[in-house]
Write a protein that binds this ligand. Structure first.
Ligand code: HEM
Length: 459
């Protein structure tokens, strides 16, 4: 009899089917435009037939992932459904029951697993997050205001004369100068390479990381253990679909700047500590390749800024074990442990909102600014949930006890961040909370044929 490993190896040695990119939503594979403008819209369906009619009308405007690597689409729309949303559309109970537990329960009910405590707790979330009023989420991306209005208009048309569809939330987002996040760091640099997506041929910054099996990100294909998902049912609904963990964060930029000032004796040292926390300099240059000072040319070189591993930094002297990017994607740093990091990867589509806090300001102006992250994967429990609970909000996997991610951790002025250094490490204490969860939810992102299946239910 074959061992589990041998059986997985045998399944994975079979030719990998090509991803049916014309049936997968663009939002799964396509990076956001640059520069980008956009809006998230959340709808509540108060009548199943009207909900299905709205889905039927909107399908023509939901972009497929065709040629996702060509940065030419001026604007597009993605559509996702919560568990309550699928129920409101009249999806049969047997199908609803077959969805994974985290999706059925919803993100708020998973707060204890995700360590969403204190200010991050669902009781503090914005409406409609954590309530049963969140049914359909639209994500609209465009390269400018004009194209955004165009796609928004199409979305509005799909709800015309359907009074039982109500708008419960909308928020705008847009690129900040130089593609930085509100903390001043370049973002959107790294994503896993998916086998069979066409990316292996064109992706020049795989950074020594092995491509990940498509079934990790899209249902209907072999995953890292050689399995093809058999749920949710039916196949028409599942095929080419996936799940997304939606997380909206507020970023307290003044607290971040103030903390750096309190720990450093010069502007250069502030920058170094900030880079140690993220694992990259503000320009995007990774600490592993530029340990002493920022290297903006490296940061903006897409060929080189992901071309690194932790093999030569196993003591964390360049990039601390606890740095954000090393925690959330340890690459080869855990190679001596029995951990397959590719079981814990997801696609990241991040967008920023709000106006930047002016340079040099150390006092909070009370404005809302931050980021919304779409963490896309077919196995949310061992992807987002695992990373959030084991790598972001715990330190055991790097022998750091209860130390958390310095950026995302649940610190209330009691956070710790260890910077390995010779002859003695430096341990920063008293980290405040830099980031607060404003809301989140798990959604299902069906393929295009599945959207047609949903629209035709009961007809
Ligand atoms: C306010 C919240 C967050 C901020 C400010 C932040 C910031 C950053 C920055 C600056 C980078 C480096 C550039 C890039 O590749 O995009 C990064 C990378 C990354 N982040 Fe975050 N992030 C946040 C939330 C999250 C969350 C919630 C997760 C998942 C649990 C996550 C997972 C990742 C991953 C997987 C990478 C790539 C790591 C690599 O390069 O190997 N981030 N983040």
């Amino acid at each position: 009899m074959l061992s589990i490993q041998e059986s997985a190896d045998e399944k994975l040695s079979m030719p990998m089917p090509k991803l049916e990119i014309s049936d997968i939503q663009a939002i799964v594979l396509r990076p956001r435009p640059s520069p980008y403008r956009g809006e998230y819209v959340i709808l509540r369906v108060n009548d199943a037939a009207q909900g299905r009619e709205m889905v039927r009308r909107i399908i023509a405007h939901v972009a497929p992932a065709d040629e996702w690597w060509v940065p030419s689409l001026p604007g597009w729309l993605g559509i996702a459904f919560t568990y309550a949303g699928l129920k409101a559309l009249g999806v049969p109970q047997a199908s609803l029951d077959s969805f994974p537990i985290e999706f059925k329960q919803g993100m708020a009910a998973r707060a204890a697993i995700l360590h969403d405590f204190g200010e991050n707790a669902p009781s503090h979330w914005e409406y409609p997050f954590g309530t049963a009023d969140m049914h359909i989420a639209l994500a609209i991306y465009a390269n400018d205001e004009k194209n955004l209005d165009l796609v928004l208009d199409r979305a509005r048309q799909s709800q015309l004369d359907l009074p039982k569809i109500s708008l419960v939330y909308r928020m705008q987002f847009g690129q900040l100068p130089e593609g930085r996040n509100p903390f001043g760091f370049k973002d959107g640099l790294h994503n896993p390479v998916i086998e069979g997506s066409g990316a292996e041929a064109i992706h020049d910054n795989a950074g020594g990381e092995t491509p990940v099996k498509p079934g990790e990100f899209v249902l209907g294909y072999p995953d890292q253990v050689g399995e093809i998902a058999t749920a949710p049912i039916p196949e028409e609904l599942r095929h080419n679909g996936t799940f997304v963990a939606f997380r909206k964060f507020h970023m307290n930029v003044a607290a971040f700047r103030k903390y750096l000032r309190s720990q450093a004796s010069s502007a250069e040292e502030e920058e170094l500590i900030a880079a140690k926390m993220f694992g990259r300099w503000r320009s995007g240059a990774p600490l592993v390749l530029a340990p002493e000072r920022d290297d903006p040319a490296l940061g903006s070189d897409r060929k080189r800024n992901n071309e690194f591993s932790y093999a030569d930094d196993m003591k964390g002297l360049n990039c601390p074990f606890s740095a954000h990017i090393r925690r959330v994607n340890p690459r080869d740093a855990l190679k001596n442990d029995i951990v397959d990091v590719n079981l814990h990867k997801f696609l990241r589509r991040g967008t920023n909102y709000g106006q930047p806090l002016p340079e040099g300001v150390l006092e909070d102006d009370g404005a809302e600014r931050g980021g919304v992250f779409l963490l896309i994967g077919a196995h949310q429990q061992r992807q987002f949930e695992f990373v959030q609970s084991q790598w972001v909000t715990d330190g055991n996997f790097i022998s750091h006890g209860t130390e958390q991610d310095p950026i995302l951790g649940n610190s209330e002025g009691d956070g710790v961040f260890t910077i390995p250094k010779k002859p003695v490490r430096r341990r920063l204490r008293g980290l405040p909370r830099f980031v607060t969860v404003r809301g989140g939810e798990y959604c299902f992102l069906p393929g295009l044929r599945a959207l047609r299946w949903l629209a035709a239910l009961n007809s």
